[in-house]
Ligand binder design. Structure first.
Ligand code: ADP
Ligand code: MG
Length: 331
């Protein structure tokens, strides 16, 4: 999907009110009835109807003809718009450039601030795949069920933000987190290529141990990346140093399947190095030897993240959704 940020700042205050009203109404309604939009926006009836037409034309909302009643829903475009507007109001970003990545669960854009400094905007798209299966399986959301794609995408962004911040603050090689709004994360642009695209490195052995060291450092800090593979490791163009990205699936070393996640991360790297660089080492880390005799990590970043507001409950919701919907894995 193409982001339309041409008139990011330009929207009348009434249009903004109505768009926000549709977002608010979406929390309890899959299709927000027009009278409710009027009520939330606090504007005149006739005025609102006209504005709804304008917003629908700009694809920020979509008209839905329901069996029970007619109304509107917020589109991805509308949600993107609200998030980018919030970021731009705070002067965190100013313009949108090219899309550099499209995954099943996110879109990645190059954006810039007022001075033209490039950054990366990651828009989470959880629930793009199929929410029906999850909805049928269990009612996670309670009343929020109807807004699940928005809610889940926001949760994923909040989780990634919480982890990226704590990792950056503890000197892990991750992009600098800049700002977060709704389902979006703004971060430092890394001038790099994903390891996936690299055919040759000066010393595979050196890179291998750097990567294993990162896995070990994560575990010593109470964390497992959970998706540590050649897609989520960037190699800096200038120095060849690795940078790790993509954190919505991080788990704590106290997770019941911690060892399995840890071994999978290690195995991904081993397999990739064997295939790509014909490099194999007898040395690789085990979770047990990175933790102390009580099976605990030295620093507990998992606990710090939990205290920062991204709690256990949110973590569990995301995890269960992933188990239902996730299919893309490189190894
Ligand atoms: P996804 O959840 O879709 O896998 P990622 O966070 O892994 O999203 O990002 C997808 C791709 O976007 C990466 O493989 C990388 O090429 C690019 N990318 C992501 N973040 C950055 C960044 N901070 N700097 C440069 N490129 C990035
Ligand atoms: Mg990724």
């Amino acid at each position: 999907m193409k982001l339309d940020a041409t008139d990011l700042r330009y929207i009348t205050s009434d249009e903004f009110r109505v768009l926000t009203a549709v977002e608010m109404g979406s929390k309890n309604h899959e299709v927000v009835p027009s009278p409710l939009i009027v009520q939330i926006s606090g504007l005149r009836n006739g005025g609102v109807n006209k504005i709804l037409g304008v917003l629908a034309k700009r694809n920020l909302i979509a008209k839905v003809q329901n069996a029970k009643y007619d109304g509107y829903r917020l589109t991805y475009g509308g949600y993107d718009y609200l998030a980018m507007r919030a970021l731009s109001k705070r002067d965190s970003m100013y313009s949108v450039g090219n899309q550099i990545g499209v995954g099943k669960e996110s879109d990645i854009y190059i954006v810039a601030d007022l001075e033209g400094k490039e950054m990366v905007l990651k828009l989470h798209r959880l629930g793009r795949v199929s929410f029906r299966a999850i909805k049928e399986k269990r009612d996670y959301m309670g009343k929020r069920k109807s807004a699940s794609w928005m809610y889940m995408s926001r949760l994923a962004a909040q989780k990634e933000w919480a982890f990226m911040k704590v990792l950056y603050e503890h000197d892990f090689p991750v992009p600098r987190p800049i700002d977060q709004a709704r389902h979006c994360i703004l971060m430092e642009f890394i001038d790099a290529y994903p390891l996936r695209q690299i055919d040759e490195v000066p010393s595979p052995g050196k890179l291998y141990s750097q990567l294993m060291d990162i896995i070990v450092r994560f575990a010593q800090a109470g964390l497992i990346h959970g998706d540590f593979n050649e897609f989520n490791i960037l190699i800096r163009s200038e120095s060849g140093e690795p940078v790790v990205i993509d954190f919505p699936q991080m788990v704590s070393t106290s997770h019941e399947n911690a060892e399995w996640y840890f071994n999978r991360d290690v195995e991904c790297i081993r397999t990739f190095f064997r295939r790509r660089f014909r490099y194999e080492s007898a040395i690789y880390p085990r979770l047990k030897s990175t933790l102390n005799e009580n099976g605990e990590a030295g620093i507990k970043l998992d606990v710090i993240v939990e205290a920062s507001g991204f709690g256990r409950r949110e973590m569990r919701v995301l995890e269960e959704v992933r188990q239902t919907s996730r299919t893309r894995r490189s190894c």
